[in-house]
Design a protein around this ligand. Structure first.
Ligand SMILES: CC(C)(COP(=O)(O)OP(=O)(O)OC[C@H]1O[C@@H](n2cnc3c(N)ncnc32)[C@H](O)[C@@H]1OP(=O)(O)O)[C@@H](O)C(=O)NCCC(=O)NCCS
Length: 197
């Protein structure tokens, strides 16, 4: 949550805000993670079930440490490291952030990026990750043409989420772990605008 009384910088230049509806009809807003969202991210992670935390990091990480928060918040630069937040606006209930998605370009392979999405357990299966991934990929640098990420082999939701956005190939990377590559991505917004002239 942004600290009241402070002004946070928005680090993603194009279309800072996306309004939409989830697959289940809930209204939602997507915007860039802000540079003072450390507490929001920490609190959101603390709410996750142990299984979701394990799936996010493929290791038992009970809480986000200060050094992890520095990477996950201060490390966002809007170019090589993008992060988006999705807030739901359920009818008759307060707005609440329920998902975060990030894309990090591999420094030694700049046409390839890792992605990670985390959704509050109570909101799983309602289209949050799908909406976040669509917005994230639309905002990616134009020269990022492939995704590569590591997921638990039994993480069916994550595998389905990735498969929705391109052609996937997988290979094993140790017991119960897969490396997933996604190609044939839809062009990012910058390229779509260029094509339209
Ligand atoms: C993986 C995760 C991000 C998916 O988020 P979500 O909001 O529930 O996903 P969506 O509702 O947008 O669904 C995405 C796809 O997964 C499928 N899906 C969702 N839950 C599923 C489940 N339990 N089993 C199988 N498929 C599932 C959906 O049908 C959809 O597939 P489709 O596009 O072919 O219809 C969420 O489960 C999560 O946060 N898990 C913990 C952290 C994690 O695993 N992160 C991913 C690795 S970094």
């Amino acid at each position: 949550m942004s600290t009241p009384g402070t002004v946070a910088r928005v680090r993603t230049a194009p279309s800072p805000l996306t309004e939409g509806t989830l697959r289940d009809g809930t209204a939602a807003l997507i915007w860039p993670l802000l540079d003072n969202d450390h507490d929001l991210l920490r609190a959101g992670y603390a709410e996750l079930s142990p299984a979701s935390r394990q799936r996010r990091f493929l290791a038992p990480v009970p809480e986000l440490s200060d050094s992890m928060l520095r990477l996950l918040v201060d490390g966002v630069d809007g170019v090589d490291h993008l992060a988006l937040l999705l807030t739901v606006l359920p009818e008759g209930e307060p707005a609440r952030p329920v998902g975060v998605a990030r894309l990090v370009r591999y420094p030694d392979e700049p046409s390839v990026a890792d992605v990670a999405v985390t959704v509050t357990d109570a909101w799983h299966g309602r289209g949050v990750a799908t909406a976040l991934m669509t917005a994230l990929l639309a905002r990616r640098p134009a020269d990022v043409t492939r995704l590569r990420t590591t997921v638990a082999a039994d993480n069916r939701a994550s595998l389905a989420m990735l498969a929705r956005h391109g052609t996937t190939t997988t290979h094993r990377d140790g017991p119960g772990v897969l490396v997933v590559e996604v190609g044939d991505l839809a062009p990012p917004v910058a390229q779509q605008e260029t094509a339209r002239g």
